[in-house]
Design a protein around this ligand. Structure first.
Ligand code: PAF
Length: 279
């Protein structure tokens, strides 16, 4: 596996590969890699020739300094995992390499950023678009792979791809869960044993939502999910919202033939976990 820390060296390597007729698959990450990331790499491996992974904790998408400071960093272990998965190139840039000057671009996400994570983490998606667009400019992938745990992030990135006119395919990949149902996340490593023990209750609660949709309104289900999660003393729901799968706009009623997604954010002590259910 080749390791790159500069845009120039990675760009040159990938240009050579393209000239040889190879397709480029790209998995952007913030490191602290787990089986969820491994599954993105495996999906990329199956459908593209050269798999590139970036490991970069992007400061512009953190609206909380402590969160940025505490974000787990396990670079050596990450590289070992990527090597074992047969990744061709890993990109490990410094903050200065990614942002030689501050990025002042403000993106228009056609309203998708005004709900859920966008509403609760102001500026977060703008920072995601800043770094992902920079990474796309460097890697110029044919396909980029993103996990569906960050469901709204995928909608945001698809909107950015449309606005900026990138010629690439965004490939959404299924959530990977632990045996107890907890969605894998780099943040799980920060949970105390007590919070880790109750965290699977989030998925257990969400998995009851699809059946409820037959008899209850989105508002009734939202109240039920928040109350049920909050009935666990160690968990506190920040929000649960049901939105249309395509527009990401909150819905008041269910429409036959349209997919909905229920997205939740839950505090487990000091750790903010997200999950969703599509139905
Ligand atoms: O989903 C993530 O890990 C990050 O938001 C991403 C896409 C790597 C951008 O920093």
């Amino acid at each position: 596996m080749l390791q790159f820390s500069t845009k120039k060296a990675l760009g040159e390597y990938l240009d050579q590969q393209r000239q040889l007729g190879k397709t480029i698959g790209f998995v952007p990450t913030m490191g602290a890699l787990h089986e969820g990331h491994a599954s993105l790499v495996k999906i990329a491996r199956k459908s593209t020739d050269i798999v590139t992974v970036s490991v970069f904790v992007n400061p512009t998408q953190f609206n909380d300094k402590n969160d940025l400071q505490n974000y787990p960093r396990t670079e050596e272990k990450d590289c070992q995992l990527l090597e074992s998965l047969g990744v061709d190139a890993v990109f490990l840039p410094s903050v200065d390499e990614m942002y030689p000057e501050p990025d002042t671009r403000v993106f228009d996400f056609a309203g998708i950023d005004r709900v859920m994570e966008g509403e609760h983490r102001p500026g977060h998606f703008n920072g995601v678009a800043q770094v992902v667009s920079r990474l796309f400019d460097i890697v110029n992938p044919d396909k980029a792979f993103f996990g569906e745990k960050d469901y709204q992030q995928i909608a945001i990135i698809k909107q950015m791809v449309k606005t900026l006119g990138y010629k690439l395919e965004i490939v959404p990949c299924p959530i990977v869960r632990g045996a107890d149902g907890l969605a894998l996340s780099s943040r799980n490593a920060l949970l105390t044993p007590e919070h880790r023990a109750v965290a699977p209750f989030i998925h257990k609660t969400l998995s009851q939502v699809p059946a409820m949709a037959a008899t209850k309104s989105p508002a009734e289900i939202c109240n039920w999910v928040v109350e049920t999660i909050n009935s666990q003393p160690l968990l506190e729901a920040e929000y649960f919202q049901i939105v249309d799968d395509e527009t990401m706009m909150p819905i008041n009623t269910f429409t036959k033939g349209r997919k909905s997604v229920g997205c939740v954010t839950v505090w487990a002590g000091k750790v903010r976990l997200i999950d969703n259910v599509v139905f």
